[in-house]
Ligand binder design. Structure first.
Ligand code: COS
Length: 379
C-alpha cells in the first residue's frame, strides 16, 4: 500500500524515490540468503553510504545531507520494509556517528566524512554482559597511562561487533555512577580490542551482534570524546535519537506485514470468497493499519520536536515503546491472517514476526521506555 506522506521539501520526495530505487537495485531478493547464512552485508552498507544514505541527519560540512530527522526516519522506514537488518544497521551506524559529530574534537571530526560516507562503519558499545538496562553501572574501566587509555572489560550486544571500523567505548574513568563514565573512540585495529564470535539470534541474523572483549586495549588519550565524565550524557543523547530510528524500523516492518497480509487476504478464497471480506479478518487488518498509522504519527511528532531543537527524549521513548509493541502485534496478526502459511519460511511474515521481537528489546527495553516516561510524570 502506498502511504500518503507529508514531506517537508521536494528534495525529501527525491530522497525517498532514491531510497526506493536503491531498495529495488541493491536490497530486493537478497535478505533470505544473507539471513540464512547470518552474513553481514557490508558492501550494501557501503553502497548506501556512497549514495548519501548514511549521513542523512548530519550537516553537509561534515559530509552529511542536512536532512530533517523526520525525513531520515522515513528513509529508514522504507529500508525496514524491505530488509530490517539493513535498516537497523543504518540506524545503529547513524547513532554511532553522533558522539563525534556532536562532541568530537577538530581532529576526531576529520573522520566524519568517511563515517558518514559509509567507508568507516560504526559501533556503539554501552551494554555489558551483566547489565544493559542499568547502563550507569557499567564496569569497563579505562585508566590513563601516558598518552593512552588502557581499557579492560567486556561490551555486549554490539551491532557491527567485528565488522565495525570504529567503536564508541563507554568506559568508567572515574568513580561509580553516571558521572564516572567517559566516551572513547577506538579504531577496530586497536591492540587488545577483541571481537568475539557473533551471537546466534532468533532473527536479524545478518546483523547479529557480538561481544567485544577489551584486554589492555590501548586507545590514544586524544580519542576521548567530550569531557571526562560526560560519557553517560553523550550515550543517553545518542540513544534518544537512536530510539526514534528503532521506532521507524518498527513502522517499516509492520507496514510490510500489513501489505503482505492484505494482499494475501484479497487472494485467498475460503467458503467462496476472499478471506479479507470476512469481518474477522477485515477488522484485524483495520486494527493493524490503525496501529501503524498511530505509531508513524507518534514518531514523526517526536522527530519534528527534535528538528525544532525542542526536548524530545520523552516523546522518543513513547514512540519507541508504541511503535515496537505495535510491530509485534501487527506481525503476529499477519502470521494469523496467513494461517499455516504464515508459519512457514516460504512467506516472509514468519521472519518479520521473529524480527519484531528484537525491536521491543534493543536500545532500551520497552520496560525502560516506560520507566523514562513514568519518571518524567512522577519525578
Ligand atoms: N539526555 C541527557 N542526559 C541524560 C539523559 C538524556 N536522555 N538521561 C539521563 N541523563 C543524565 C541525567 O540528567 C543525569 O545527569 P546528572 O548526573 O548530571 O544529574 C545522569 O544522566 C544520570 O541520569 P539518571 O539518574 O536518570 O540515570 P539512571 O541510572 O537512573 O538511568 C536510564 C537512566 C534507565 C534511563 C538509563 O540507564 C537507560 O536508558 N538505560 C537503558 C540503556 C539502553 O537503552 N541500553 C541499550 C543500549 S543499545 S542496545
Amino acid at each position: 500500500m502506498t502511504v500518503d506522506r507529508l514531506l517537508p521539501t521536494p528534495e525529501a520526495h527525491d530522497l525517498l524515490d532514491l531510497t526506493r530505487e536503491l531498495i529495488t537495485r541493491e536490497l530486493a531478493g537478497k535478505a533470505d540468503d544473507f539471513e540464512a547464512r547470518g552474513e553481514f552485508p557490508r558492501e550494501i552498507l557501503r553502497t548506501l553510504g556512497h549514495s548519501g544514505l548514511l549521513g542523512l541527519p548530519y550537516p553537509e560540512a561534515d559530509g552529511g545531507a542536512a536532512q530533517p530527522y523526520e525525513v531520515y526516519l522515513q528513509v529508514l522506514e522504507l529500508l525496514a520494509g524491505s530488509w530490517l537488518s539493513i535498516a537497523e544497521a543504518v540506524s545503529v551506524h547513524t547513532l554511532s556517528c553522533f558522539p563525534v559529530a556532536a562532541f568530537g574534537t577538530e581532529r576526531q571530526r576529520k573522520m566524519l566524512p568517511d563515517m558518514l560516507g559509509g567507508d568507516l562503519l560504526g559501533a556503539y558499545c554501552l551494554s555489558e554482559p551483566q547489565g544493559g538496562s542499568d547502563a550507569a553501572s557499567l564496569a569497563t574501566r579505562a585508566v590513563a597511562d601516558g598518552d593512552e587509555w588502557v581499557v579492560n572489560g567486556t561490551k555486549a550486544w554490539i551491532t557491527h561487533g567485528g565488522t565495525a571500523d570504529f567503536y564508541n567505548l563507554f568506559c568508567r574513568t572515574g568513580g561509580p555512577g553516571a558521572r564516572g563514565i567517559s566516551c572513547l573512540l577506538a579504531d577496530a585495529a586497536t591492540p587488545g580490542l577483541l571481537p568475539q564470535p557473533r551471537e546466534r539470534l532468533m532473527g536479524l541474523r545478518a546483523a547479529a551482534p557480538a561481544q567485544i572483549v577489551l584486554e589492555n586495549a590501548r586507545v590514544p588519550r586524544d580519542r576521548l570524546v567530550g569531557a571526562e565524565g560526560e560519557g553517560f550524557a553523550i550515550a543517553m543523547q545518542a540513544l534518544d535519537a537512536g530510539r526514534l530510528g528503532i521506532a521507524a524500523c518498527a513502522v517499516g516492518l509492520a507496514q510490510a506485514a500489513i501489505d503482505y497480509a492484505t494482499g494475501y487476504a484479497k487472494e485467498r478464497d475460503q467458503f467462496g470468497r476472499p478471506i479479507g471480506r470476512f469481518q474477522g479478518v477485515g477488522f484485524m487488518l483495520a486494527d493493524m493499519a490503525t496501529q501503524v498509522s498511530a505509531a508513524r504519527a507518534l514518531l514523526l511528532a517526536a522527530a519534528r520536536l527534535k528538528d525544532a531543537g525542542r526536548p524530545f527524549s520523552i516523546e522518543a521513548a513513547k514512540a519507541k515503546l508504541f511503535a515496537t509493541d505495535a510491530a509485534m502485534r501487527v506481525t503476529t496478526d499477519a502470521v494469523q491472517v496467513l494461517g499455516g502459511y504464515g508459519y512457514v519460511a516460504d512467506h516472509p511474515v514468519e521472519r518479520w514476526f521473529r524480527e519484531a521481537k528484537l525491536l521491543q528489546i534493543v536500545e532500551g527495553t520497552n520496560q525502560i521506555q516506560r520507566l523514562v516516561i513514568a519518571r518524567s510524570m512522577t519525578g
